[in-house]
Design a protein around this ligand. Structure first.
Ligand SMILES: [Zn+2]
Length: 91
C-alpha cells in the first residue's frame, strides 16, 4: 500500500508597505510564499507548486503576485529612486 499526498508550507518573506488595491490604504503587507509539496509515506519529496501572495494587514485582502513581482518587492521595492534612467512618459 502506497500512501501519498500533499503538504502545504507557508513562508513569510517580508513585510512591505504598499498601497492596498482593495482598501486604498498605504499599509503593511505580508509577502508570503506558499509551497505545496508532494509527499510519499508522509515524507515531503519535491515541491510541485509555488505561489506568492501579498496580504494587506489593514483589510486582510490577499493578492496573488508572480515570482518576479515577489522578488522585485523583496529587493528594494517598486520605486527605484536612485535610478538615473530617463523615462519620458507623461499622463
Ligand atoms: Zn487593504
Amino acid at each position: 500500500m502506497i500512501i501519498f499526498g500533499t503538504k502545504g508550507y507557508l513562508y513569510q518573506l517580508a513585510i512591505l508597505t504598499l498601497v492596498c488595491g482593495h482598501c486604498g490604504n498605504p499599509s503593511a503587507h505580508a509577502l508570503r510564499k506558499r509551497v505545496t509539496k508532494f509527499t510519499l509515506f508522509f515524507v515531503p519529496l519535491f515541491p510541485f507548486s509555488t505561489k506568492y501572495q501579498t496580504q494587506c494587514t489593514f483589510c486582510g485582502a490577499e493578492q496573488k503576485v508572480t515570482k518576479e513581482q515577489a522578488e522585485q518587492l523583496q529587493h528594494g521595492g517598486a520605486g527605484g529612486q536612485a535610478n538615473t534612467q530617463q523615462q519620458s512618459y507623461r499622463p
